[in-house]
Design a protein around this ligand. Structure first.
Ligand code: 13P
Ligand code: SF4
Length: 327
C-alpha cells in the first residue's frame, strides 16, 4: 500500500487538525487512524473520548467526546457491543458499570488519576463514622470501590445541583478538596471535604492568573473547578471541561485562556480560528498514556478489558445512577 495513497485517503481527516499538527507529522498518525477506523467496524466498537485526549484522537477517531458527565450519559446510549474508553481508568469503570453486559476496553489501564488515588473505601467508611448520618457525595474521579461506599456521585458539571438535590444541611464531599471548597462558596449546604487534589489543576496559582491579565490585556480566563479557590476567584468563569467549551462557543472571547489540561485548548481551538488561545496549561500524565497506537492495540487484541466485581459494581452503579437522575 503506497504512502501517498494513505495520505490521500486520510486527507479529509487531516483537514480537521491541520492547525495543530504539522503536515510533516501526519504520516506518523495516518496509518493508526485508518487501522482504528477499520477495527471499529470489524469489532462493532465505539470510541468515547474525554476532552483531554490529544487532537488526533479527539478529532479523528472518537465517536463521542465530552466531559465526565457527558461520557457517563452517552455510555448508556451506545448500541455497539464494545466500548473503548479513551480517558482515564475511573471513566472506563463508570462506562462498565452503566453497561455491564458490554466489553469495555481501556487502551492503558495505568491511566489513573491523583484524585482517585487519594482515597480508599476504608477512608470513606471512616468519614461516615466520624460524621454519622451525613450523606457522602463522591466525585466521579474515584474508584468503583469508593463509589460503592457513597450515597451519590457528582461531576464538575453537576456538583452544585447534586449537593443541593439532597435537601440536607451538611454533606461529606470526596475526594477533591478544591472542588468541595468551590462548591461550598456557592451554596448554604455545609461541606465536609477530603484533602485530595488534582495534580494538574492544583499547580495553577492566583499570581499566575494576575500575570496573565497583565501580559495579555483583555484576556478572558476560564478555570476548571479542580483549581484552588483563589485561582477560581480570579477567573472570569468556572466550569467543567464541557462548560468551558460551551462558554467559548457562546461568548466568543477574542482572547481566552483555559486553566486546565493542555489538550483542551487545542481541541476547542479547532472550531474557532478567530479566537486567540493563550497557553499556559498543565499536562495530565495519566490522560497522556492514551495514544493512537494504544487504541489500535486495544482493538486488535481486545485488551485491556475493564472488570469489576459484580457485587461491588451493583453498589457503585447506584451512586452513579442517583447522580444521573438529578436534572
Ligand atoms: P470534566 O468532567 O470537567 O471533564 O473533568 C474531568 C477531569 O478529570 C478534570 O481533570
Ligand atoms: Fe485526574 Fe487531574 Fe488528570 Fe483529571 S487532570 S484525570 S483530575 S489527575
Amino acid at each position: 500500500m503506497s504512502a501517498t495513497a494513505l495520505l490521500e485517503r486520510t486527507a479529509p481527516l487531516y483537514d480537521r487538525v491541520r492547525t495543530l499538527i504539522p503536515a510533516i507529522e501526519w504520516p506518523v498518525f495516518a496509518d493508526d487512524i485508518e487501522a482504528i477506523l477499520r477495527l471499529k467496524r470489524e469489532r462493532n466498537a465505539v470510541i468515547l473520548a474525554h476532552n483531554y485526549m490529544t487532537p488526533e484522537i479527539f478529532h479523528c477517531v472518537a465517536d463521542i467526546v465530552g466531559d465526565s458527565l457527558a461520557l457517563a450519559r452517552e455510555a448508556m446510549k451506545v448500541d455497539e457491543q464494545v466500548i473503548v474508553l479513551a480517558g482515564v481508568h475511573f471513566m472506563a469503570e463508570t462506562a462498565k458499570m452503566l453497561n455491564p453486559s458490554k466489553t469495555v476496553l481501556i487502551p492503558d489501564s495505568r491511566a489513573g488519576c491523583s484524585l482517585a488515588e487519594s482515597i480508599t473505601a476504608a477512608d470513606v467508611r471512616l468519614m461516615r463514622q466520624r460524621h454519622p448520618g451525613v450523606p457522602v457525595v463522591t466525585y466521579v474521579n474515584s474508584s468503583a470501590a469508593v463509589k460503592a461506599e457513597s450515597d451519590i456521585c457528582c461531576t464538575s458539571g453537576n456538583a452544585l445541583k447534586v449537593v443541593e438535590s439532597l435537601g440536607v444541611e451538611r454533606v461529606i464531599m470526596l475526594p477533591d478538596e478544591y472542588l468541595a471548597q468551590n462548591i461550598a462558596a456557592q451554596t448554604k449546604v455545609k461541606i465536609i471535604a477530603w484533602a485530595g487534589h488534582c495534580e494538574v489543576h492544583e499547580r495553577f496559582t492566583a499570581a499566575e492568573v494576575r500575570a496573565l491579565r497583565a501580559d495579555y490585556p483583555g484576556v478572558t480566563i476560564l478555570a476548571h473547578p479542580e483549581c484552588p479557590p483563589d485561582v477560581v476567584a480570579e477567573a472570569d468563569y468556572t466550569g467543567s471541561t464541557a462548560d468551558m467549551s460551551g462558554y467559548v462557543g457562546r461568548e466568543r472571547p477574542a482572547r481566552v485562556v483555559l486553566l486546565t489540561e493542555c489538550s483542551m485548548a487545542d481541541n476547542v481551538s479547532v472550531g474557532y480560528p478567530d479566537i486567540e488561545f493563550v497557553r499556559p496549561c498543565n499536562l495530565c500524565p495519566h490522560m497522556k498514556r492514551i495514544t493512537l497506537p494504544g487504541i489500535r492495540n486495544a482493538l486488535e487484541t481486545m485488551t485491556e478489558e475493564v472488570v469489576i466485581d459484580p457485587a461491588l459494581m451493583d453498589r457503585a452503579r447506584l451512586s452513579v445512577e442517583r447522580m444521573l437522575a438529578v436534572r
